[in-house]
Design a protein around this ligand. Structure first.
Ligand SMILES: Nc1ncnc2c1ncn2[C@@H]1O[C@H](COP(=O)(O)OP(=O)(O)O)[C@@H](O)[C@H]1O
Ligand code: SF4
Ligand SMILES: [Mg+2]
Length: 368
């Protein structure tokens, strides 16, 4: 959807469970004696998307591109610098006190590393029951126990493990405990931040299957954050590609994988056969480094590594526009109104920016 034509802010639409509008996060860098900050990490810039009821919406991109920050800002685990989050049509970003606590029950998080988020001194039963203890959703001890057992069964944890401690479990089982805790209050949305990245490949498939089963049974909507393109292709309905805090492309999964429009998405997908598997973390997608998010390039943030960089790309941020129905892309290549001068391909070396790769090298790498 073109940002200029999107529906009125927060418009209630029963199919849309979560609407994120122009979300931006600049982390201050503390410096000087009084710790006053003049510089910022531009972690997230003007990101907008919708999550439909029962859908899995994936966010992909290289390490440091702002995926986790998006999740944290949506949940308000860190406050966004600007932008809005609407949960069931309600402005979640402006909620406070009891209203915020109530709304938070609708949206839960699953972490990459469940172990670090599980209290080592609590039994599995107490870990799973903690959210219902806080929310006071039961009347008797027996009701609490019954709910814990029901959830343990739903996530495939044997009831004999009820009074065991996190260190006694394997990575996959710990992730099941993390999932149990996330769903015990019956949320509408689960934000899964790299939920299988720390697991062995054989265990990954089982946890993914469990997430799919629970989605079907409980009608959950997922924001699925991952750098693993094969997992994303398998599990998601739609995909958003991020680079340096920006939303580069958004489309239905098959459309994005079969007909990527953005040069960055094309580079991500091109790399799969070369590296033999689909993990993009720590892999060189293109020549050169990702520019520093404290000093991002002017114009298109990808221009320092893009083989198709034109004059306009170094000057103007490309708008996210709907190039085909449901297929959004932020790239000047799809702006038909550009002048000849703006379309001028940048000569080698001119498109170089802060912390950037040599454009000459980038062009060779991409075969341009
Ligand atoms: N608390 C923080 N303070 C300062 N910078 C941060 C903080 N958290 C993340 N960042 C920076 O924000 C950028 C985006 O990080 P993150 O959202 O964790 O990316 P991803 O999840 O895609 O790997 C990175 O440059 C990261 O170093
Ligand atoms: S806007 Fe320009 S630099 Fe950015 S991806 Fe498109 S062609 Fe490349
Ligand atoms: Mg992350």
């Amino acid at each position: 959807m073109d940002k200029n034509t999107e529906p009125a802010s927060g418009a209630k639409d029963s199919d849309v469970v979560l609407r994120v509008e122009h979300l931006t996060k600049h982390y201050p860098i503390k410096s000087g004696l009084v710790g006053r900050s003049k510089r910022y990490v531009h972690a997230l810039e003007d990101v907008s998307f919708e999550l439909h009821r029962g859908e899995t919406f994936a966010i992909v991109g290289e390490s440091g591109c702002g995926k986790s920050t998006t999740g944290k800002c949506v949940l308000r685990l860190t406050e966004p610098t600007s932008g809005k989050v609407y949960l069931d049509g309600e402005d979640f970003t402006s909620l406070k006190g009891a209203d915020l606590t109530r709304a938070r029950q609708k949206m839960k998080l699953i972490f990459q590393d469940p172990y670090s988020s599980l209290n080592p001194r609590m039994t599995v039963a107490d870990i799973i029951a903690e959210p219902i203890d806080i929310a006071h959703t039961y009347k008797t001890r027996a009701e609490r126990d019954a709910r814990v057992e029901e959830i343990m069964q739903a996530v495939g944890l044997d009831l004999v493990f009820k009074y065991r401690y996190p260190h006694e479990f394997s990575g996959g089982q710990r992730q099941r405990i993390g999932i149990a805790r996330a769903i015990v209050l019956e949320p509408e949305i689960v934000i899964c931040d790299e939920p299988v990245s720390a697991l062995d490949v054989s265990v990954q498939a089982k946890v993914i299957n469990l997430l799919e089963e629970l989605q079907e049974k409980l009608g959950l909507s997922y924001v699925f954050i991952s750098h693993d393109l094969s997992v994303v292709k398998h599990i998601s309905d739609r995909v958003m590609v991020m680079y340096l805090g920006h939303e580069m492309e958004l489309a239905e999964t098959d459309e994005l994988y079969d007909r990527p429009l953005h040069p960055y998405t094309q580079a991500l997908l091109d790399v799969i056969p070369r590296i033999g598997h689909e993990r993009i973390q720590d892999k060189k997608i293109l020549q050169g480094d990702v520019p520093s998010p404290t000093n991002p390039p002017e114009g298109c943030c990808f221009h320092t590594r893009c083989s198709k960089c034109m004059r306009v790309c170094t000057e103007k941020v490309p708008e996210l526009r709907e190039v085909k129905p449901g297929h959004l892309c932020a790239c000047h290549l799809f702006d038909e109104a550009l002048s000849e001068a703006e379309r001028e391909l940048m000569p080698m070396g001119v498109a170089q920016g802060a912390g950037a790769a040599s454009p000459a090298a980038s062009r060779q790498e991409s075969g341009a």
